[in-house]
Design a binder for this molecule. Structure first.
Ligand code: AMP
Length: 182
């Protein structure tokens, strides 16, 4: 069973690494941000509510919304042998809600300095045209990571499952470091 979380600031490459690891381990790669954007794309009432929070305000969706969307996905049959999840939990209240049913087998934290994070996000904004990749919202999301998500890392560290990886090399360098850590 592989229940692996990948945490890191925006632009740390966690989504890319989640996909590579998932392919190797034969479990699905899930991105909390992508699950939310998928819900927006359905045009549902919930999706509209999510869109207001993500695109217009650059804030985190409520824990209740995140947990509902996430747990619906985790109950799909393809998650029976585990999953690689990036971007969750992002704050301690989510940690608590998640811990009630899920115990990760490993937590990978990809570290990159703030300036690298920002310049990678700027590049992605050009390529992907994400509605929330404006300079102002990028800065805001980065600050959320540093104030709210670092305490989550500390909670997992206390369980002895955290592996800290530098996100500064090439995609292949980071991938090798993750493989070695696991
Ligand atoms: P990401 O693709 O990881 O950059 O996430 C994009 C956006 O989705 C974030 O800025 C949040 O608004 C929302 N989001 C992603 N993960 C979470 C989470 N764990 N809790 C609440 N909102 C989230």
């Amino acid at each position: 069973m592989h229940k692996i979380l990948i945490l890191g600031p925006q632009g740390s490459g966690k989504g890319t690494q989640a996909k590579r690891l998932a392919q190797k381990l034969g479990v699905p790669a899930l991105s909390m941000g992508q699950l939310l954007r998928d819900e927006v794309a359905t045009g549902s009432a919930l999706g509209k509510e999510i869109d207001t929070v993500i695109s217009k305000r650059g804030e985190l969706v409520s824990d209740q919304i995140a947990m509902t969307v996430l747990m619906t996905r985790l109950h799909q049959p393809d998650c029976a042998n585990g999953y690689i999840l990036d971007g969750f939990p992002r704050m301690e209240s989510q940690y608590d809600a998640f811990a009630a049913t899920q115990t990760p087998t490993a937590v990978i934290v990809i570290n990159v300095p703030k300036d690298v994070s920002l310049s990678r996000m700027q590049n992605r904004a050009v390529v992907e045209q994400r509605a929330d990749d404006t300079p102002e919202l990028m800065e805001k999301r980065l600050n959320i990571y540093h104030t709210l998500t670092i305490p989550v890392v500390e909670r997992y560290r206390a369980q002895g499952v955290v592996h800290e990886i530098s996100g500064l090399g090439s995609v292949e360098d980071v991938e090798r470091a993750i493989d070695a850590a696991l």
